[in-house]
Design a protein around this ligand. Sequence first.
Ligand code: WTA
Length: 638
Amino acid sequence: MAVTKSPQEGKLSGEVFYPSPEVVAQANVKDPEAARKEANENLESYWARRANELEWFQKWDKVLDESNKPFYKWFVGGKTNIVLNAIDRHVKTWRRNKLAFIWEGEKGEVRTMSYHALAREVCKFANVLKSMGVTKGDRVTIYMPRILETVVAMLATAKIGAVHSVVYGGFSVEALHGRIEDSESKVIITADGGNMNGKIVELKKIVDEALRRTAAPENVVVIKHTGKEVNMEPGRDFWYHELMTLPLTRNNQRCETEVMDAEDPLYILYTSGTTGKPKAVVHTHGGYQVGVYSTFKDVFDIKEEDRWWCTADPGWVTGHSYIVYAPLIAGATSIIYEGAPTYPYPDRWWGIIEKYGVSVLYTTPTAIRGLMRFGSAWPNRHDLSSLRLLGSVGEPINPEAWRWFHKYIGKERCPIMDTWWQTETGMFMIAPMPADPLKPGSGTRPYPGVEVDVVNEEGKSVKAGEEGFLVLKKPWPAMLRTIYKDPDRYVSTYWSKYPGMYLAGDSARKDEDGYFWIIGRVDDVIKVSGYRLGTAELESALVSHASVAEAAVIGLPHEIKGIAIHAYVILKAGIEGNEKLAEELKQHMSHEVGPIAKPEKIEFVATLPKTRSGKIMRRVLKARAQGMSEGDLTTLEE
Ligand code: WTA
């Protein structure tokens, strides 16, 4: 067979995987270079073209308003609602009968939901929320397992113009409490529990405990999922299934989609940053829908007949953008699996791919490394021939894991889309398209219209191959608009180090071919198994234990998790550090923040390295732990 070579064939350095002619021939974007050029030449017309692929109640007057930087506005004057594109427009077409979701529980239960059924559920639940007094702009906290009602709750909230705040179901009491309190949510939606690794995660119990620490919201809606008995507070707690069958309104099967301004908030999502408490990033209806839709369609090359599986949790941004919103806007069919990848055996995922004929799989390096450990015999027991494309997100993927994923899961046929982005960016920023040549470990090149650079301390571009700070030099439609209730922090965190540039908080380098290589976080964020945690939140949880006087946490390399938490603890006078106390502190972290926050190691110390102003120097702890030079320590007082 004559092989059509990629135009770049032979021109790129290092280990390169060129797309096969078949992949290029069927790609939604056959010439990614031309798309990048189009957006480079005229950013606004590029995004207007993409926005025109969606429905609007009323078109915008201006694509991008830069009059009040960095408070950029997109599709100004446009009227829309993301639900108009995610549901309403599909139920007017043949897609009403298409499956929106196929759900599998950890115990093997299966549920499916068509676009039509989803539309009905969302309308009914939107009416429930209205009956509880939720109106446009009100916040609703969603704290749920990975089930279809999570998606229904998010969409119902958006439909009536309220703002959802989803808190990851793996977070625990104090993390949840802080997020409920800061968001001033009117309603909390939760479940009697979730199934994970053969155990029940008692979400309702955690909600009860969190609510004892805060002024209680008026209503708690509880989904019966595990059947485990839970405490129901009369007058505050209501069963979802009862609310959904009661004739709450005259016609509870229908609910108008609220007409929103393009710039009205859609959701807030708490994420860890440099200092202090987690901050809530604000995303809007208009630009966000355009950004997530176009990146999904181009990068994951979605087709009508695909079966898409993003293994993330809806509680993180990956779930928001690429389980809920983008796939629905694109009219895709998604798989959602509730449980652990290794339950009951390490081939659960491969079995799911075979059973449902998954064609595109999007997952994390931690999951790949974790499954790789069990060997290729597990995937080899299954027919994975339905797969045509793979994806990775959340942390840098080491080339070894990339090659295993490519060989044993993708059978050397499926390109791997390594997507770099953040809670703040809302959509992929650096990512290949299937027709692009790939280099294992690199997210390749920026998405059209995205301008990425690597700069030094002074904000000057560094040379190819040199390490520096990753910055974004142009606005993009799905960008965060502000920090909830704290616009100053939005400016100081992202836009102050270098004027006119968005500071991502990552270090990176760009090679001679213009490919980006992410090295890791350079701020106080720790990426444990791809989950984003902040040192401040972790340290304050440690200090909330009665025995702890002071604490510092750092991230150190870990074979499976990528990065693991190491904690240094100064105990209160008279308390002795031993194994038992270390274990107790680990449990305390799990109870307060969540199981993902459990430190790998706790070390009891007498002092911590600090600057003269009293700031803990984590970089010194890190250097010591890794046996490296401690750098310039002149400002250190110890
Ligand atoms: C890291 C997750 C390397 C990075 C969508 C970023 C990555 C942070 C990649 C954001 C990738 C995400 N390669 N690193 N493909 N994707 N990261 O907000 O450090 O949970 O700044 O968003 O994850 O994490 P967040």
